[in-house]
Design a protein around this ligand. Structure first.
Ligand code: SF4
Length: 360
């Protein structure tokens, strides 16, 4: 049983999630020249992590004898680098936000359906950007005066999963707290939110956690915080400061929604947990993403997780093509309709004040 100041949650016994600690930390010379890089260096030194100062600005020593080895080496490596000039030209990211920007690339978790598979080049090391102040300063040009402009910062990383090493998510929240029209969005499968609760966010950051039904989270989401802990963290972020919370707008990203056996029962249980965690009025959104994969992501995922039980069978899926000729495998339209109407009905019934931002 979990105690909180004003409420008793029955989510599940509390289990402290250990923060991710890399086996090694690499700094490029360019990263060490940046004051934000020095700030990260101090954090890493305070944690007594083994540090390598590279002689050039290219990361080295990330490749193993095969893809699986490379994965194991890279996923234990935290590298501090400078974001390249190309990252100062932002891309739109519909339907999640107007624009995406990045404080890091790569993620310490091991989700067998990972969205990053096939999107990032090279070994999947976790690269944090030492030139964050410049990255933030660049965003102003993309804000549309007089109209709310949203920025997503979790497309290529889980920013909370590395926050103890970087402090970069807190810095982004502080920055957006000073903006007139800019709004930040981030999402995580981790739970260490204490350091975010007292930040001057000014209502300009929406914090979301990504959750799933127990059979999906338990089987496919290695290295993440348990779903109940993520929900506890979200509760903490959403509670008003008068109840020792962060007073943030919050959201749930339910993804990837999978057609598992007894899916209605398992996803109903997930909604029970969400209802337990958010049993008070708050500014709440839902984003609903059904499972999909591409030929490229399937190849990468199978090289990373050769034993996976993830359903990657094209024969049972419909093909969706995008305007650039890319192919995605999604559930067929009858399955999509059944899943979608279940989720929309449950949300309307349980959280009538919440907004569903999109189903995809
Ligand atoms: S938390 Fe997200 S980015 Fe990280 S491994 Fe899982 S799916 Fe990939």
């Amino acid at each position: 049983m979990i105690q909180s100041a004003d409420h008793q949650l029955v989510l599940e016994p509390e289990r402290k999630t250990r923060s991710w600690m890399p086996d090694r930390v690499q700094f490029t010379p360019a990263a060490l020249e940046e004051p934000w890089g020095q700030q990260i260096l101090q954090r890493v030194q305070a944690l007594n992590l083994p540090i390598e100062e590279l002689s050039g600005n290219r990361l080295t020593g990330l490749r193993g004898e095969n893809e699986r080895d490379t994965y194991n080496i890279a996923k234990r490596t935290f590298a501090v680098v400078t974001a390249p000039p190309s990252s100062f030209k932002l891309s739109p990211i519909p339907p999640s936000a107007d624009w995406q920007f990045h404080l890091a690339q790569g993620c310490p978790a091991h989700c067998q359906y990972c969205y990053l598979a096939g999107s990032l080049q090279g070994p999947p090391a976790i690269r944090a950007f030492a030139n964050l102040p410049q990255i933030l300063e660049n965003l102003g040009a993309y804000e549309q005066a007089g109209s709310a402009t949203s920025f997503e910062v979790s497309c290529y990383t889980d920013p909370l999963g590395i926050e103890h090493l970087t402090g970069s998510l807190a810095e982004c929240i502080r920055y957006f707290g000073t903006r007139q029209d800019g709004y930040l969005r981030w999402v995580s499968k981790f739970d260490a939110v204490e350091g975010l609760l007292d930040l001057p966010h000014n209502g300009h950051t929406r914090c979301r956690v990504s959750v799933n039904a127990t059979p999906v989270a338990g089987k496919f989401e290695g290295g993440t915080a348990p779903v109940a802990s993520r929900l506890r963290a979200l509760r903490q972020l959403a509670l008003p400061p008068s109840r020792r919370g962060g007073g943030y707008p919050v959201g749930l990203v339910i993804a990837p929604i999978m057609l598992i056996d007894d899916w209605e029962m398992h996803y109903s249980r997930l909604f029970d947990l969400i209802s337990e965690a958010l049993d008070f009025d708050c500014d709440l959104t839902f984003e609903l993403i059904s499972h999909r994969f591409t030929p490229g992501s399937k190849d990468v995922l199978l090289s990373w997780y050769p034993q996976t039980k993830l359903d990657l069978d094209e024969a049972t899926r419909s093909v969706k093509r995008n305007k650039f000729g890319g192919t995605k495998y999604v559930y067929n339209s009858d399955t999509m309709k059944a899943l979608r109407s279940f989720f929309e009905r449950e949300i309307a019934r349980r959280f009538p004040q919440a907004h569903i931002l999109y189903w995809t």
